[in-house]
Design a protein. Sequence first.
Length: 394
Amino acid sequence: MASPAPASSYLVRPGDTLWGLARKYMDTAHRWPELQRINAVPVPERLRVGQVLNLGGLAAVLHVSGSVLLQRASGLEQPLAAGTTLAEGDLLTTGRDGFVTVGFADGSRVVLPSSSSARLIEAHGQRTQLELLNGRAESYVEKQKEREFEIRTRSYALGVKGTHFRVRSEGAEQTLEVLEGKVQATELSGGRSTDVSALQGMPLSVAGTGPEVRSLLPPPAQRTETDRNTVAAQPVAGAAAYHLQLATDPGFLRLAAESRAQTPRFVLADSLATGFYHTRVSALDAQGIEGQASEGVTFMAPAQAPMASEVHALGNGRWEIRWTTRAGRSHTFALAKTPDFASPVVVESGTFTSGVTVGPLDGPARYYWRCREQAEGESSLPTEWGGSFETTPP
């Protein structure tokens, strides 16, 4: 097992703050904004317990989910753990259920989704270079100033100065999609370069007379689905397939699952843990170029949860959340403005067999709710269900 390097990564514990960690590990507390930027912490006061922070190391593993292997220069493969410091030459491989996020000292992050492998070629103060051997990589690159950031496929070098882009190398198919900024795609044989701007993509193939840069397909609008544990979206003209990603964070740096389908409707796997997930749905064209993604939130409920729930506006900022469950059970209901329920607006215990009424609530805002059920004296794990809704201005 690869072991964390305390000098370059840290596992967040209860009570930790960026101010305190910067003072302890970075010589002065005044460097906390640097720690926030490197790790893409959205709210400095809310560090997630168990999160791995990069303390300034050149390359550190920030998140691992499922099966991910690390192969060092020695040639031995070993399971990869969050907090591992990476070295040049390291090979990362994700399994069919594996996801990994790598953070760099300049704040850039690279996410390898399932069935992918990439090698870290260089990582130092002036240059970062990765080689995508198979699968896909999604990169969030900070503005580089005097530094260089590059990802290579079998046939192209993709150089950027600060952008958000995806690259795919699966079998004979290689594609590039740019979400923000600009990428310069240079053929490794011949040296011809093509600039690909935001919301554009192109096949990475040396065949043909020239590059085929085209606009990305628009995001499929996600819609409310009556069936639980299902994510659905509106069809997009020109789409040949659709792609769903689930993450436990809104930045999609902690991926939990993904799948592809011919239609924009996905039934979530029973193996997913109960709780809220951020959803991202995109459409792929006939050449496999993935378009813009819509984002939403869904709740993964266990099989024994109520089959359906409904939310209705009652007026004057009051809302009714309805469900039907078994009698003789005790419940705990919570309402919050974030899916982690870090600062709940409402927490109530009682017997809520048919639902609850909440409010008045401020708007516009999105609220998240969940209800946990436990029979008196029952030793089994509680059943939980939940959802979210948007309020409008009064």
